[in-house]
Design a protein around this ligand. Sequence first.
Ligand code: FMN
Length: 286
Amino acid sequence: MDRKLVRSRLELEGIRLPAFALNPVIEVLTQHESVRGFQSTQLPEAALKSILTAARSAPTSSNLQAYSIIVVRDERRKRRISELSGNQAFICDSPVMLVFCADIYRLKYITERQGHSFKADTLEMFLLASVDAALAMQNALVAAESLRLGAVPVGSVRNHPAEMAEELGLPEGVYALVGLSVGYERKGVRRGGKPRLPERITVHEEQYSAAGLDEDLAAYDAEMISRRTYDGRRVSIAGEPESAELDYGWCEHTARRCTRPETIAASSSLRENLREVLERRGFSLR
Ligand SMILES: Cc1cc2nc3c(=O)[nH]c(=O)nc-3n(C[C@H](O)[C@H](O)[C@H](O)COP(=O)(O)O)c2cc1C
């Protein structure tokens, strides 16, 4: 890892805190940056064990532990996952991809094995399992970063849910929610931390407040534009010519992505029939 390019959000935002409010955990969390370029070096088994144990230590709703983690190291399988996930090259480059799945298979299995009938395949159960899987992913990400490894979550594993399930051998009741590519990062892949929306937009005292929203959004747009975040990444609007003068910042980029459901999934017509696929996979979403 190139330490010179690692920036803490505290530093980026000029936040000064007394020593008692700082420690190595806060340091790792505030230095987070998604890394999308990896060396081919394998991860030591002990590092992987440490990451997986951290993932399994995440809090879990009612201790149901409604998630599973698939560890993928096989080159052919990583290639297939990459193909199914928008051909993101870093998936093949990284020595390991962890796929975090929402999992109610085990809950169904034990309910029936214990002689009861399973009635909990509700929308709430799907959410619960998804939150459990996401928390496990985040613990794994932080653990990897604390070991000075690079990592990036991969939501595109949901692009082709049925094919992904087949590739990973997922039984009914298990759904690949998010991947995590982990490895030793390649030199030059860091940009020094992506700015976040101003705190006043996302953190509210006691009750929600949209006061000052436009002003704060304008400040964030200016920052993202000055970093050239969206150069070459504009979302086009069908039938409308692109204006080079337009202030294309987070607001315009995000607004354009929200004009069509599929733009959130980064490419056309993906994830549209998610409900149908999930229902076929055993999540009834009642
Ligand atoms: C659930 C989730 C799914 C994501 N999926 C992808 C992905 O498929 N490809 C990718 O390059 N980045 C992905 N990311 C990374 C985000 O783009 C990244 O976190 C965001 O732009 C903020 O940048 P930062 O993580 O460097 O601070 C994902 C992040 C999350 C939390």
